[in-house]
Write a protein that binds this ligand. Structure first.
Ligand code: IMP
Length: 444
């Protein structure tokens, strides 16, 4: 193949809503066809659950492909890595007999230090308690402060730096020089824990344990591609949380759409072929921010209980809403989605009717387009289409034809609404509770 020719054998899996769409299961299902699974954004704010046999695994940093031993699991340069969390996951998987020898981390990925987590919590608390401003509702994993430090440049630590005591000490000293006064004001109780020598020792200890996994992953990925291999890019968080294209400021701090793949992995966009967008059959959101179709009634409670809609990372109850086709169309366009996986369809069984939001009105005007600005999105009114629900339990369905006609009508309404086919449908948490369809709109 010519240098840089499109490698359409590679693929991205991205969340099309506000996260928790069930991407982990889709990645795990697709993984056997790929040589490497690549995380390119976010950090331990993400929570991926994968059910293998009778066991449920919750991962935050390690790519969901780790259960497929032939795959290399790559944590790319765009990820912010909490090494303590990474080691906990590696140890936990090893204890349960999962082979983690293929997990590698970019030397250019930035390190989440303890002071980033302290700052994350302190800022959120200060916003609410001292300044009377709505908090972002972060996961408290230090994501925003770690990305901010990366962009500041003078005091950040990258994974490759963990192998060099002088660099670590200089960076910790610089970071604490800047943060000390700020934390003294906003989190004085935490400051005693952030002592230079112990921070340096902690970081160097991580470096010693992770040294063999730290590598130039961009070169590794290009070599796989040049050898005819295929990459699967696993988006963390989701499109509507993208720092540039999501519902700012109620977003995460990275490009969590497929647009983040280039900068977050070192692989250029033309080498990503298919983009599988993952969307729940309804909408959920954790943390603050607008959500036009939110249901604050018993319907929402019922979906929350049936769907076990509690955060994998924080345990917070998720906010629930009807499926928002306006937001979905936006996410499909932004990511270049070629096909959709609809997850958790089984959760909607038992409702007499189901609603889909097909348009908005904003200040009395009809709107077909999504409004990523949080303040404006807060004011839109959803316009619904109501379609008949299905009473049957569908968790045992294994083919599209085995679904009730009303469930199929719901899927086909989604396809017409966004213009791309739904090729996978989740009817339960297990690997095999997934229906595969042809890649055509209205296909079998
Ligand atoms: P942060 O990423 O911890 O800074 O949190 C920013 C916002 O993104 C908060 O509303 C979080 O709840 C949300 N968020 C971040 N990652 C995820 C995710 O993987 N699933 C769902 N929400 C997320």
């Amino acid at each position: 193949m010519k240098p840089n020719a499109s490698n359409s054998g590679s693929l991205a899996v991205v969340g099309l809503q506000w996260g928790d769409e069930g991407k982990g299961k889709i990645v795990d299902l697709l993984a056997p066809d790929f040589n490497a699974i690549v995380r390119y954004n976010g950090g331990a704010n993400a929570g991926h659950s994968v059910v293998v046999g009778d066991e449920r695994f919750a991962l935050h940093l390690i790519p969901s492909g780790v259960f497929r031993p032939a795959c290399t699991s790559v944590i790319g340069n765009g990820v912010v890595v909490d090494p303590a969390q990474l080691l906990t996951e590696l140890d936990g998987l090893a204890e349960r007999g999962v082979d983690c020898s293929g997990v590698v981390v970019s030397d250019r990925a930035h390190v989440v230090m303890p002071y980033h987590k302290v700052e994350d919590a302190a800022r959120e608390r200060a916003l609410v308690e001292r300044l009377g401003i709505k908090a972002v509702g972060t996961t408290g994993r230090g994501i925003g402060p770690a990305y901010a430090e990366k962009v500041q440049r003078s005091s950040a630590i990258r994974m490759g730096d963990l192998l060099f005591p002088d660099i670590v000490r200089r960076r910790v000293r610089a970071a604490m020089a800047f943060k000390g006064p700020m934390l003294e004001r906003w989190a004085p109780e935490a400051l005693a824990e952030l002592e230079e020598d112990s921070l340096v020792e902690l970081a160097l200890g991580w470096g010693r344990r992770l040294a063999e996994r730290i590598a130039d992953t961009s070169i590794l990925l290009h070599r796989i591609l040049d050898g005819g291999g295929r990459l699967l890019f696993e988006g963390a968080n989701a499109t509507l949380l993208d720092v540039d294209h999501g519902t700012y400021p109620f977003v995460t701090s990275s490009n969590s759409s497929a647009l983040g793949i280039g900068p977050g992995s070192g692989v250029p966009p033309q080498r990503v072929g298919r983009v599988v967008g993952v969307a729940k059959a309804y909408q959920t959101r954790v943390g603050a921010g607008p959500m036009p179709t939110e249901l604050t009634c018993v319907i929402g409670d019922r979906i929350r209980e049936r769907g076990r809609e509690y955060g994998t990372t924080t345990g917070r109850p998720r906010r629930i809403g009807w499926l928002d086709l306006v937001a979905l169309r936006y996410a499909v366009r932004l990511n270049g989605v070629t096909e959709i996986a609809v997850t958790l369809l089984d959760v909607l069984s038992g409702f007499e009717s189901i609603r889909l939001c097909t348009a908005y009105t904003l200040d009395g005007r009809a709107m077909e387009e999504f409004v990523p600005d949080a303040a404006a999105l807060d004011r839109v009114k959803p316009q619904y289409e109501e379609i008949p629900g299905f009473s049957e339990e569908i968790t045992a369905a294994r083919s599209y034809q085995a679904l009730p006609a009303t469930a199929r009508a719901f899927i086909e309404r989604i396809e017409r609404g966004v213009g791309v086919p739904v090729t996978m449908i989740g009817v339960g948490p297990d690997r095999d509770q997934t229906i595969h369809r042809t890649g055509e709109i209205g296909g079998a």
